[in-house]
Design a protein around this ligand. Structure first.
Ligand code: 0X9
Ligand code: CA
Ligand code: ZN
Length: 453
């Protein structure tokens, strides 16, 4: 299934673009942009990536092949995609025979990379984004909640980012200080720096589960019978870097340096230790948006969460049963595997696939997102949901939140959408919590798979 495609719009665009839009890319190069493959350090380093609509790619194979230019794919349409690319990467995409149109930058978007990245700077969101939480603001809000609700909310530091920021895991449950025999559910967010709305999603869940405990019967029942883990910010360094100049940088990766190059960062969602780098679903070039890192789980942020998830296996049984990793954008509910187009096969039985698809569609019915296997978009290897399922047998989803398209703000929607677009996932989250004791109930096979539960 394709995400709701505005076929008409794409078709009209295709016609317009082929007439008018091949030129700007060539012109940009003539004006001194690095040529494809050039690593002319300073120029490329100082350059920020931008979004482009690319007309032409129409199959998942064409989209996966497009990723070899080093770009990220941010939206998928019937015969077009939206990418984030440097000018050099855009030129490579153009060389593949596709037509590009540069999209307008969001209001708070920077025109150049920060000149002195280590100087103290604004460290806050631009105007129109003030209700987004910086790392410090989120930490303060979390600490205040822990102080107010010590019976049901606890905080632990599960590791530190490359730059030394704490990676937090919040536990929500009745008798929160005890490790009870209860199904556990994991919510993670903000692997990708520019996807700030996902931190707000975590904060929304923390606020909702604490403030509604004892008054909302479904929330109360879930805290009484589950252990809910929220890792609100997997990539604090990248998130802070993205906003530190007071203007958005369109940054995706973490901020770990890479040997032998000035290009920083690993794409955390290509760094997980399951089929890492297996299948052309990530890049080995540190300058690329989807750089997978030098080895599996090389990023300290991925190591912290890996260790934490492993620690939830008690007596050899993983306690975490279901999970959602929040991203933006495109309004999708995605399930594994991403490394292969096969729906079933090694590591995925028909029943397991049916659970994923049924639950995924049920959740998508509640929030209006489009449900599909993640590889229907393009191949990804080393993504967290593949690892959570492939390595830990956790029914793990990726949600791509609001908006559905770049025109509604892309990675940078205004803060006025936060309440609506976070609460939009309340019902899906509750459903995933409620079924965590036996996900196979979704396909009517509770008796077969969950005896004694
Ligand atoms: O490419 C990604 O990591 C995700 N898209 S994003 O725009 N947030 O970067 C999609 C991942 C899809 N693949 C899996 N979930 N495995
Ligand atoms: Ca408990
Ligand atoms: Zn993402």
């Amino acid at each position: 299934m394709r995400p709701r495609i505005r076929g008409g719009r794409t078709t009209v665009l295709a016609a317009l673009l082929s007439l008018a839009l091949a030129a700007p890319i060539a012109a940009a190069q003539a004006q001194g942009a690095p040529s494809p493959g050039s690593t002319a350090g300073a120029a490329r380093h100082a350059e920020l990536p931008h979004q482009y609509e690319v007309t032409g790619p129409a199959t998942r194979a064409e989209r996966t092949a497009l990723l070899a230019t080093g770009v990220s794919i941010d939206e998928v349409h019937t015969r077009a995609v939206v990418i984030t690319a440097t000018r050099a990467q855009a030129a490579k995409v153009h060389e593949l025979g596709y037509t590009l149109r540069k999209l307008p930058d969001p209001p708070g978007f920077a025109t150049t990379a920060p000149k002195a990245p280590h100087k103290p700077r604004v460290k806050d969101f631009p105007a129109g984004y003030a209700n987004y939480h910086t790392y410090d603001e989120a930490t303060k809000e979390i600490d205040a909640l822990v102080a107010k609700y010590p019976e049901i909310l606890s905080k632990q530091v599960i590791g530190t980012s490359h730059e030394g920021r704490n990676i937090l895991a919040l536990k929500l449950s009745k008798n929160v200080t005890k490790d009870e025999q209860e199904p556990e559910v994991l919510f993670t967010a903000h692997q990708h720096a520019r996807e700030h709305l996902t931190v707000e999603m975590s904060l929304y869940l923390l606020g909702e589960f604490t403030s509604k405990y004892g008054s909302d019967s479904r929330v109360t029942k879930m805290l009484d019978s589950r252990e809910i883990w929220i890792i609100p910010d997997l990539n604090p360094d990248g998130g802070e870097y993205d906003i530190a100049s007071g203007e958005f940088q369109s940054w995706r990766k973490n901020r770990q340096p890479n040997a032998g190059t000035s290009e920083a960062g690993t794409d955390l969602n290509r760094n997980w230790d399951f089929k890492w780098g297996c299948c052309n679903g990530s890049s080995d070039d540190p300058g690329d948006e989807t750089y997978r890192g030098p080895s599996a789980a090389s990023a300290p942020e991925v190591q912290a969460v890996t260790k934490f998830v492993h620690s939830r296996a008690v007596g050899g049984t993983q306690q975490i049963k279901t999970a959602i990793d929040f991203h933006t954008y495109s309004e999708l509910v995605l399930w594994p595997f991403g490394f292969t187009h096969d729906a079933t096969g090694e590591g995925m039985t028909q029943d397991e696939h049916d659970v994923f698809a049924t639950l995924g569609k049920n959740m998508a019915d509640t929030n209006g997102y489009t449900p599909e296997q993640s590889s229907d978009l393009y191949i990804t290897d080393g993504a967290i949901d593949d690892w959570l399922w492939g390595d830990q047998k956790i029914f793990a989803y990726t949600f791509e939140m609001y908006p559905s398209a770049a025109g509604d703000g892309g990675f940078y929607p205004r803060d006025s959408v936060i309440p609506k677009e976070t609460s939009r996932n309340r019902e899906a989250v509750l459903q995933l919590l409620e079924i965590a004791d036996c996900p196979y109930r979704a396909i009517g096979k509770e008796g077969q798979y969950c005896k004694g539960s």
